[in-house]
Design a protein around this ligand. Structure first.
Ligand code: MF3
Ligand code: CO
Length: 291
């Protein structure tokens, strides 16, 4: 049994303020919405101001590592080279690459080229060539706090079709960000992302989505980018999650390579793109804390 928190007790969020001056009104609102049938988050995924500060430190490293990749990526390098950069640039900053050994993942970063949707494994034998598009997905653990973001890179001159896929996928994320409003259901965000992809004749992967993040690599909620409006958990201040749609040029169907257990590809072999940011829901909208 949980004891009800007293109004003059310190708030559960760790702000040091009295509950009545801090999250009491927030909890009342959540409870009222829950009673009206809304799916509401538990306190365990609402970040405290201290946690937010720590997670943002982790994000800074994640961003710096991706900036390094952005400056150095070019035709002729292997995806293993990207893995070395990510590993070294992360360690140098006192952090740990989250993918390494995560559920057996063998490398420090995911590198997904062309028809690879996600979770591509860097390799010495995979050389980037003119015309490739690649997603580099970096995740960092710093002092126990997690961050996660990914970017697309066009290698040399890329076909107009692939360039457009990359650009529209980025727009999908930007539209998703604009739909993160406190107390709205998260389905509104996913629906807008999906709609933009559909408007361009693309599809969005259904089986793999985004996630809460911060104290763990993958926390609740699971986040869909093919959701219905007015569905899903409410986005409330202090929640953090990723916006990372995988947008396919052709059909949404995907398959996972049984040989390595990780590499996810499009079934039709057509290219797929993904950008990933992490957002913190605020009182007015959201902060993009990792990109
Ligand atoms: N970074 C991926 C994400 O956005 C997770 C990759 S898990 C790994 O959730 F093990 F493949 F790295
Ligand atoms: Co992610």
């Amino acid at each position: 049994m949980a004891l009800k928190i007293g109004r003059n007790d310190p708030c559960w969020c760790g702000s040091g303020m009295k509950y009545k001056k801090c999250h009491e009104a927030f909890d009342t609102k959540l409870e009222q919405l829950r009673q009206k049938g809304a799916a509401v988050p538990g306190h365990e995924i609402i970040k405290t101001p201290e946690q937010i500060a720590k997670i943002k430190e982790s994000c800074k490293i994640n961003i710096a590592v991706l900036d390094y990749v952005e400056e150095h990526i070019r035709p002729g390098i292997s995806t293993e080279e990207i893995n070395r950069w990510v590993h070294e640039e992360t360690i140098k900053r006192g952090a740990i690459p989250a993918p390494l050994d995560y559920e057996g993942f063998p490398k420090s970063v995911c590198t997904s080229v062309d028809e690879v949707v996600c979770h591509g494994i860097p390799s010495d034998s995979q050389i980037l060539k003119e015309g490739d598009i690649i997603n580099v997905d970096v995740s960092t653990i710093y002092q126990g706090y997690f961050s996660d973001s990914s970017r697309m890179f066009c290698i040399g001159t890329v076909s107009p079709e692939k360039k457009k896929l990359v650009a529209v996928t980025k727009e999908c994320v930007e539209i998703g960000i604009s739909k993160v409003k406190p107390w709205d259901p998260i389905g509104n965000m996913g629906h807008a992302v999906h709609q933009h992809a559909l408007d361009h004749g693309y599809s969005v992967v259904r089986q793999i989505g985004g996630h809460g993040i911060g104290l763990e690599f993958h926390e609740d909620p699971w986040v869909s980018y093919t959701s219905m409006e007015n569905s899903g958990i409410l986005m409330v201040p202090g929640m953090m999650f990723t916006i990372e749609p995988m947008v396919n040029m052709g059909r949404d169907a995907i398959w996972t390579d049984e040989k390595d257990g990780w590499t996810v590809r499009t079934e039709d072999g057509l290219p797929s793109a993904q950008w990933e940011v992490t957002v913190l829901v605020t009182d007015t909208g959201c902060d993009v804390i990792c990109w």
